[in-house]
Ligand binder design. Sequence first.
Ligand code: FMN
Length: 188
Amino acid sequence: MRAIVLRGSPRRGGNSDTLADHFIQGLKTADDIELFDFILNDMNIRPCQGCESCATSENHKCAIDDDMQQIYSVFADADIVVWATPMYWGYMTAQMKTTLDRMEALAMDPEKYWVNKEFVAILTYRHHYQSTIGFFERVQDYFKFKFSSLLYCSKNEEGPEDFHVSSNKEKLEEAFILGERLGIKVIS
Ligand SMILES: Cc1cc2nc3c(=O)[nH]c(=O)nc-3n(C[C@H](O)[C@H](O)[C@H](O)COP(=O)(O)O)c2cc1C
């Protein structure tokens, strides 16, 4: 089983990062995992330039030669793709959105890149997550991936500091169980 984890937060050890770690621990209870873990903030991924060469070229390749090539090279054979991101100004972070835009090159062949994959959105937020969930639900009909989500609200009504998910044992457990469940589902 191949799993790709895309980490969209700039905060290492933050909420979405921690939940992704617990998801991975659950996933690893299944045998034979090939894991590709991408910290998008540390990668050189340029924004899509809208050149349309992925649409018009024969091989549908993206014209930009940067770290996105690492993700392209493993995406087709992935069974599980985790999109772990906080909400920033009403949507996924810029790091995640930049990566998503560059997925345009993979949109030319849904059968090869999207159909039947298990997509998991791990979303952390203070007020709102619906726009990012809405995106996945909107494109799901066309790309035919399976979709699960794990949500964590870090808002602390009593002070300026968010609640870190590490103090929420139930949420960590939920992440672990989701990983475990999907691992079993994919290998069986
Ligand atoms: C620049 C910035 C913008 C944010 N915008 C939103 C927002 O629009 N909606 C929301 O619910 N939370 C927003 N938040 C809160 C984060 O989503 C929240 O703190 C989240 O738990 C952080 O996740 P992380 O620890 O994985 O980075 C924002 C935080 C930052 C730093």
